[in-house]
Design a protein around this ligand. Structure first.
Ligand code: UDP
Ligand code: MG
Length: 344
Protein backbone atom coordinates (compact mmCIF):
# COMPACT_ATOMS: atom_id res chain seq x y z
CA UNK A 1 0.00 0.00 0.00
CA UNK A 2 1.36 3.37 -0.92
CA UNK A 3 1.68 5.78 1.89
CA UNK A 4 1.74 9.41 1.02
CA UNK A 5 3.46 11.05 3.87
CA UNK A 6 3.28 14.75 4.33
CA UNK A 7 7.04 14.70 4.18
CA UNK A 8 7.02 13.32 0.67
CA UNK A 9 4.68 15.98 -0.59
CA UNK A 10 7.36 18.58 -1.02
CA UNK A 11 8.84 16.64 -3.92
CA UNK A 12 5.80 17.54 -5.97
CA UNK A 13 6.97 21.10 -6.18
CA UNK A 14 10.41 20.20 -7.49
CA UNK A 15 9.26 17.83 -10.17
CA UNK A 16 6.53 20.21 -11.32
CA UNK A 17 6.45 20.95 -15.01
CA UNK A 18 4.94 23.99 -16.60
CA UNK A 19 1.21 23.81 -17.15
CA UNK A 20 -1.92 23.37 -15.11
CA UNK A 21 -3.17 20.49 -12.96
CA UNK A 22 -6.91 20.37 -12.34
CA UNK A 23 -7.72 18.48 -9.15
CA UNK A 24 -11.24 17.08 -8.86
CA UNK A 25 -12.33 15.24 -5.68
CA UNK A 26 -15.01 12.66 -6.37
CA UNK A 27 -17.33 11.05 -3.87
CA UNK A 28 -20.21 9.15 -5.42
CA UNK A 29 -20.22 11.24 -8.56
CA UNK A 30 -20.85 8.39 -11.03
CA UNK A 31 -23.91 10.14 -12.43
CA UNK A 32 -22.19 13.23 -13.78
CA UNK A 33 -18.57 12.21 -14.24
CA UNK A 34 -18.65 11.44 -17.96
CA UNK A 35 -20.30 14.79 -18.69
CA UNK A 36 -17.82 16.64 -16.49
CA UNK A 37 -14.97 14.88 -18.25
CA UNK A 38 -16.26 16.08 -21.62
CA UNK A 39 -16.59 19.65 -20.39
CA UNK A 40 -13.09 19.55 -18.93
CA UNK A 41 -11.85 18.32 -22.30
CA UNK A 42 -13.39 21.34 -24.01
CA UNK A 43 -11.85 23.66 -21.42
CA UNK A 44 -8.43 22.03 -21.81
CA UNK A 45 -8.50 22.35 -25.58
CA UNK A 46 -9.40 26.02 -25.28
CA UNK A 47 -6.55 26.60 -22.81
CA UNK A 48 -4.12 24.84 -25.11
CA UNK A 49 -5.18 26.97 -28.06
CA UNK A 50 -5.24 30.26 -26.18
CA UNK A 51 -2.31 30.00 -23.78
CA UNK A 52 -0.41 26.95 -25.02
CA UNK A 53 -1.01 25.40 -21.58
CA UNK A 54 -0.49 21.71 -21.07
CA UNK A 55 -3.31 20.50 -18.86
CA UNK A 56 -3.50 17.52 -16.55
CA UNK A 57 -6.57 16.36 -14.69
CA UNK A 58 -6.26 14.51 -11.38
CA UNK A 59 -9.43 12.71 -10.33
CA UNK A 60 -9.33 11.70 -6.70
CA UNK A 61 -11.86 9.03 -5.89
CA UNK A 62 -12.53 9.50 -2.19
CA UNK A 63 -13.73 5.97 -1.45
CA UNK A 64 -16.93 6.25 -3.49
CA UNK A 65 -19.54 3.57 -2.95
CA UNK A 66 -20.93 3.73 -6.48
CA UNK A 67 -19.29 3.20 -9.89
CA UNK A 68 -17.25 6.40 -9.80
CA UNK A 69 -13.90 4.62 -9.83
CA UNK A 70 -14.84 2.20 -12.63
CA UNK A 71 -16.08 5.09 -14.75
CA UNK A 72 -13.02 7.21 -14.01
CA UNK A 73 -10.69 4.35 -14.93
CA UNK A 74 -12.33 3.97 -18.31
CA UNK A 75 -12.31 7.66 -19.25
CA UNK A 76 -10.23 8.53 -22.33
CA UNK A 77 -7.28 10.90 -22.04
CA UNK A 78 -7.73 12.70 -25.32
CA UNK A 79 -7.39 16.37 -24.49
CA UNK A 80 -5.27 16.22 -21.36
CA UNK A 81 -3.08 13.96 -19.28
CA UNK A 82 -5.11 12.01 -16.80
CA UNK A 83 -4.41 10.63 -13.37
CA UNK A 84 -6.91 8.66 -11.34
CA UNK A 85 -6.03 8.35 -7.69
CA UNK A 86 -8.25 6.14 -5.62
CA UNK A 87 -8.10 6.44 -1.84
CA UNK A 88 -8.42 3.37 0.34
CA UNK A 89 -11.63 4.65 1.92
CA UNK A 90 -13.65 7.84 2.31
CA UNK A 91 -11.31 10.30 3.99
CA UNK A 92 -13.32 13.46 3.38
CA UNK A 93 -13.00 16.27 0.89
CA UNK A 94 -10.06 18.06 2.49
CA UNK A 95 -8.00 14.84 2.45
CA UNK A 96 -9.00 14.24 -1.17
CA UNK A 97 -7.86 17.74 -2.08
CA UNK A 98 -4.52 17.12 -0.39
CA UNK A 99 -4.12 13.82 -2.26
CA UNK A 100 -4.75 15.71 -5.50
CA UNK A 101 -2.25 18.40 -4.57
CA UNK A 102 0.37 15.76 -3.75
CA UNK A 103 -0.11 14.03 -7.09
CA UNK A 104 -0.41 17.12 -9.28
CA UNK A 105 2.59 17.32 -11.59
CA UNK A 106 2.10 20.62 -13.33
CA UNK A 107 3.09 23.90 -11.78
CA UNK A 108 -0.25 25.58 -11.26
CA UNK A 109 -3.09 23.78 -9.52
CA UNK A 110 -6.80 24.36 -9.90
CA UNK A 111 -9.29 22.78 -7.48
CA UNK A 112 -12.87 22.18 -8.51
CA UNK A 113 -15.78 20.04 -7.34
CA UNK A 114 -16.81 17.00 -9.30
CA UNK A 115 -20.55 17.60 -9.10
CA UNK A 116 -20.81 20.15 -11.90
CA UNK A 117 -21.43 23.07 -9.55
CA UNK A 118 -18.15 24.68 -10.48
CA UNK A 119 -18.61 25.50 -14.16
CA UNK A 120 -15.65 24.37 -16.29
CA UNK A 121 -16.39 27.32 -18.56
CA UNK A 122 -15.04 29.55 -15.79
CA UNK A 123 -11.63 27.94 -15.88
CA UNK A 124 -10.40 30.26 -18.60
CA UNK A 125 -11.37 33.30 -16.49
CA UNK A 126 -9.34 31.98 -13.57
CA UNK A 127 -6.39 31.12 -15.79
CA UNK A 128 -6.59 34.58 -17.36
CA UNK A 129 -6.17 36.24 -13.95
CA UNK A 130 -3.14 34.06 -13.32
CA UNK A 131 -1.35 34.27 -16.68
CA UNK A 132 -2.39 37.69 -17.89
CA UNK A 133 -2.79 39.67 -14.66
CA UNK A 134 -0.15 37.85 -12.62
CA UNK A 135 -2.29 36.79 -9.65
CA UNK A 136 -1.16 33.85 -7.52
CA UNK A 137 -4.39 32.85 -5.84
CA UNK A 138 -7.57 33.25 -7.84
CA UNK A 139 -10.50 32.24 -5.66
CA UNK A 140 -14.18 32.22 -6.42
CA UNK A 141 -16.99 33.28 -4.17
CA UNK A 142 -20.71 32.85 -4.46
CA UNK A 143 -22.16 36.03 -5.86
CA UNK A 144 -25.02 35.81 -3.38
CA UNK A 145 -26.60 33.39 -0.96
CA UNK A 146 -30.21 34.13 -1.74
CA UNK A 147 -31.06 30.48 -2.16
CA UNK A 148 -29.94 29.62 1.34
CA UNK A 149 -31.99 29.77 4.50
CA UNK A 150 -31.62 32.59 7.00
CA UNK A 151 -30.35 30.11 9.59
CA UNK A 152 -27.58 28.96 7.29
CA UNK A 153 -26.57 32.48 6.30
CA UNK A 154 -26.44 33.59 9.95
CA UNK A 155 -24.35 30.55 10.79
CA UNK A 156 -21.90 31.28 7.99
CA UNK A 157 -21.58 34.90 9.07
CA UNK A 158 -20.95 33.92 12.71
CA UNK A 159 -18.38 31.36 11.61
CA UNK A 160 -16.34 33.85 9.61
CA UNK A 161 -16.59 36.56 12.25
CA UNK A 162 -15.15 34.19 14.83
CA UNK A 163 -12.58 32.78 12.40
CA UNK A 164 -11.28 36.20 11.42
CA UNK A 165 -11.39 37.69 14.88
CA UNK A 166 -7.99 39.21 15.49
CA UNK A 167 -6.50 37.48 12.44
CA UNK A 168 -3.91 39.35 10.43
CA UNK A 169 -4.85 37.69 7.17
CA UNK A 170 -8.63 37.62 6.97
CA UNK A 171 -10.17 34.64 5.28
CA UNK A 172 -12.62 35.98 2.75
CA UNK A 173 -16.23 35.21 3.52
CA UNK A 174 -18.09 33.08 0.98
CA UNK A 175 -14.92 31.92 -0.74
CA UNK A 176 -15.41 28.45 -2.16
CA UNK A 177 -13.09 25.59 -2.92
CA UNK A 178 -13.07 26.47 -6.63
CA UNK A 179 -9.70 28.17 -6.90
CA UNK A 180 -6.48 28.38 -8.86
CA UNK A 181 -3.01 28.55 -7.37
CA UNK A 182 0.01 29.71 -9.34
CA UNK A 183 3.11 27.49 -9.20
CA UNK A 184 4.65 29.42 -6.33
CA UNK A 185 1.39 29.53 -4.38
CA UNK A 186 0.95 25.77 -4.90
CA UNK A 187 4.52 25.20 -3.75
CA UNK A 188 3.82 27.30 -0.65
CA UNK A 189 0.69 25.30 0.11
CA UNK A 190 2.66 22.08 -0.18
CA UNK A 191 5.11 23.29 2.42
CA UNK A 192 2.51 23.61 5.15
CA UNK A 193 3.02 20.62 7.41
CA UNK A 194 -0.29 20.30 9.24
CA UNK A 195 -2.53 17.29 8.89
CA UNK A 196 -5.73 18.98 9.92
CA UNK A 197 -6.28 20.91 6.75
CA UNK A 198 -8.68 23.67 5.98
CA UNK A 199 -7.84 24.56 2.41
CA UNK A 200 -9.85 27.75 2.18
CA UNK A 201 -8.01 29.15 5.16
CA UNK A 202 -4.59 27.90 4.17
CA UNK A 203 -4.67 29.22 0.63
CA UNK A 204 -5.61 32.62 1.97
CA UNK A 205 -3.00 32.44 4.74
CA UNK A 206 -0.07 31.91 2.35
CA UNK A 207 -0.54 35.41 0.98
CA UNK A 208 0.82 36.44 -2.45
CA UNK A 209 -1.38 38.34 -4.87
CA UNK A 210 -4.96 37.18 -4.39
CA UNK A 211 -8.07 38.06 -6.34
CA UNK A 212 -11.73 37.26 -5.88
CA UNK A 213 -13.99 36.26 -8.73
CA UNK A 214 -17.73 36.14 -8.18
CA UNK A 215 -19.68 33.33 -9.69
CA UNK A 216 -23.07 31.77 -9.68
CA UNK A 217 -22.78 28.14 -8.59
CA UNK A 218 -24.69 25.84 -10.88
CA UNK A 219 -27.20 23.42 -9.46
CA UNK A 220 -25.91 20.01 -8.63
CA UNK A 221 -26.05 17.78 -11.72
CA UNK A 222 -27.32 14.79 -9.82
CA UNK A 223 -27.48 13.38 -6.32
CA UNK A 224 -27.40 15.41 -3.14
CA UNK A 225 -24.83 17.53 -1.42
CA UNK A 226 -23.02 15.48 1.17
CA UNK A 227 -23.08 18.43 3.55
CA UNK A 228 -26.05 18.38 5.84
CA UNK A 229 -26.24 20.76 8.77
CA UNK A 230 -24.39 18.31 10.96
CA UNK A 231 -21.49 17.97 8.54
CA UNK A 232 -21.35 21.74 8.15
CA UNK A 233 -21.19 22.28 11.90
CA UNK A 234 -18.44 19.65 12.00
CA UNK A 235 -16.50 21.40 9.25
CA UNK A 236 -16.90 24.73 11.00
CA UNK A 237 -15.51 23.38 14.26
CA UNK A 238 -12.71 21.74 12.29
CA UNK A 239 -11.94 24.97 10.45
CA UNK A 240 -12.10 27.12 13.55
CA UNK A 241 -9.96 24.95 15.78
CA UNK A 242 -7.39 24.10 13.15
CA UNK A 243 -7.10 27.67 12.08
CA UNK A 244 -7.60 30.14 14.84
CA UNK A 245 -7.45 30.44 18.59
CA UNK A 246 -10.49 32.73 18.60
CA UNK A 247 -12.64 30.26 20.59
CA UNK A 248 -10.01 30.16 23.32
CA UNK A 249 -9.89 33.95 23.39
CA UNK A 250 -13.65 34.00 23.57
CA UNK A 251 -13.37 31.75 26.63
CA UNK A 252 -11.00 34.15 28.34
CA UNK A 253 -13.19 37.10 27.45
CA UNK A 254 -16.32 35.39 28.74
CA UNK A 255 -14.51 34.48 31.96
CA UNK A 256 -13.47 38.08 32.37
CA UNK A 257 -17.00 39.35 31.74
CA UNK A 258 -18.52 36.90 34.20
CA UNK A 259 -15.94 37.77 36.85
CA UNK A 260 -16.61 41.48 36.34
CA UNK A 261 -20.35 40.84 36.54
CA UNK A 262 -19.90 38.88 39.75
CA UNK A 263 -17.80 41.69 41.23
CA UNK A 264 -20.43 44.31 40.44
CA UNK A 265 -23.19 42.07 41.77
CA UNK A 266 -21.20 41.33 44.93
CA UNK A 267 -20.54 45.02 45.47
CA UNK A 268 -24.20 45.77 45.00
CA UNK A 269 -25.15 43.20 47.68
CA UNK A 270 -22.73 44.76 50.16
CA UNK A 271 -24.16 48.22 49.46
CA UNK A 272 -27.69 46.89 49.69
CA UNK A 273 -27.05 45.25 53.08
CA UNK A 274 -24.98 48.00 54.68
CA UNK A 275 -26.47 51.16 53.24
CA UNK A 276 -30.07 50.27 52.55
CA UNK A 277 -30.31 47.68 55.28
CA UNK A 278 -32.06 45.41 52.85
CA UNK A 279 -32.23 41.68 53.30
CA UNK A 280 -30.13 39.69 50.86
CA UNK A 281 -32.44 37.74 48.54
CA UNK A 282 -32.42 33.99 48.88
CA UNK A 283 -30.85 31.24 46.91
CA UNK A 284 -32.52 31.49 43.45
CA UNK A 285 -29.93 33.98 42.28
CA UNK A 286 -27.16 31.77 43.63
CA UNK A 287 -28.51 28.74 41.80
CA UNK A 288 -28.85 30.66 38.53
CA UNK A 289 -25.31 31.95 38.91
CA UNK A 290 -24.01 28.45 39.58
CA UNK A 291 -25.78 27.07 36.54
CA UNK A 292 -24.47 29.81 34.25
CA UNK A 293 -20.95 29.30 35.54
CA UNK A 294 -21.16 25.52 35.32
CA UNK A 295 -22.49 25.68 31.76
CA UNK A 296 -19.91 28.14 30.58
CA UNK A 297 -17.12 26.13 32.16
CA UNK A 298 -18.27 22.90 30.58
CA UNK A 299 -18.53 24.50 27.14
CA UNK A 300 -15.07 25.95 27.47
CA UNK A 301 -13.60 22.66 28.63
CA UNK A 302 -15.08 21.22 25.44
CA UNK A 303 -13.41 23.97 23.39
CA UNK A 304 -10.07 23.31 25.04
CA UNK A 305 -10.65 19.60 24.42
CA UNK A 306 -11.07 20.26 20.68
CA UNK A 307 -7.64 21.83 20.62
CA UNK A 308 -6.10 19.00 22.61
CA UNK A 309 -7.64 16.58 20.11
CA UNK A 310 -6.01 18.55 17.30
CA UNK A 311 -2.65 18.43 19.06
CA UNK A 312 -3.06 14.67 19.54
CA UNK A 313 -3.86 14.03 15.90
CA UNK A 314 -0.96 16.20 14.73
CA UNK A 315 1.31 14.41 17.19
CA UNK A 316 0.31 10.94 16.03
CA UNK A 317 1.52 12.00 12.64
CA UNK A 318 -0.63 9.59 10.69
CA UNK A 319 -0.78 9.96 6.93
CA UNK A 320 -3.81 11.97 5.87
CA UNK A 321 -4.85 9.31 3.34
CA UNK A 322 -3.81 6.06 1.74
CA UNK A 323 -3.77 5.46 -1.98
CA UNK A 324 -5.27 2.13 -2.99
CA UNK A 325 -4.91 2.53 -6.71
CA UNK A 326 -3.27 4.99 -9.02
CA UNK A 327 -3.35 4.98 -12.79
CA UNK A 328 -2.32 7.55 -15.32
CA UNK A 329 -2.53 8.11 -19.02
CA UNK A 330 -0.92 10.81 -21.04
CA UNK A 331 -2.74 12.65 -23.76
CA UNK A 332 -0.21 11.39 -26.29
CA UNK A 333 -1.87 8.00 -25.98
CA UNK A 334 0.86 6.08 -24.21
CA UNK A 335 -1.00 4.29 -21.53
CA UNK A 336 0.69 3.44 -18.30
CA UNK A 337 -0.67 0.35 -16.63
CA UNK A 338 -2.62 1.02 -13.47
CA UNK A 339 -0.50 0.48 -10.44
CA UNK A 340 -2.68 -1.51 -8.09
CA UNK A 341 -0.91 -0.95 -4.91
CA UNK A 342 -3.50 -2.49 -2.65
CA UNK A 343 -3.36 -6.12 -3.73
CA UNK A 344 0.38 -6.50 -3.69
N1 UDP B 1 -16.41 15.08 -1.75
C1 UDP B 1 -15.35 14.24 -1.43
N2 UDP B 1 -15.39 13.54 -0.27
C2 UDP B 1 -16.42 13.62 0.61
C3 UDP B 1 -17.49 14.49 0.29
C4 UDP B 1 -17.45 15.21 -0.89
O1 UDP B 1 -14.40 14.13 -2.19
O2 UDP B 1 -16.39 12.95 1.64
C5 UDP B 1 -16.39 15.84 -3.03
C6 UDP B 1 -17.62 15.70 -3.87
O3 UDP B 1 -17.52 14.61 -4.74
C7 UDP B 1 -17.63 16.99 -4.64
C8 UDP B 1 -17.03 17.97 -3.65
O4 UDP B 1 -16.32 17.19 -2.70
O5 UDP B 1 -16.81 16.92 -5.78
C9 UDP B 1 -18.09 18.84 -2.99
O6 UDP B 1 -19.06 18.01 -2.38
P1 UDP B 1 -20.58 18.45 -2.26
O7 UDP B 1 -21.11 18.82 -3.59
O8 UDP B 1 -21.24 17.35 -1.52
O9 UDP B 1 -20.46 19.74 -1.35
P2 UDP B 1 -21.12 21.17 -1.57
O10 UDP B 1 -21.07 21.51 -3.04
O11 UDP B 1 -22.51 21.08 -1.08
O12 UDP B 1 -20.27 22.08 -0.76
MG1 MG C 1 -21.49 20.56 -4.55
Amino acid sequence: MTTMNRGAAGSGAQRAEAGLSIVVPLFNEAGGLARLHERLGEAARALGARHGLRVEVVYVDDGSRDDTLAIARALPATSFDLQVVSLSRNFGKEAALLAGLDHARRGAVLFMDGDGQHPPTMIHTLVGHWLEDGYDVVYTAKAHRDAESLLRRTGVRAFYTLLNWGARQKIPEDAGDFRLLSPRAAAALRQLPERNRFFKGLSSWIGFRQIRVDYEPARRDHGNSSWGYRALVGLSIEGLTSFSVAPLRLASLLGLLLAAGALVFGGWIVVETLVFNGSVPGYPSVVVGLMVLGGVQLIMIGVVGEYIGKILSELKGRPVYFVAEHCERSAAGSEAAPTRTAAE
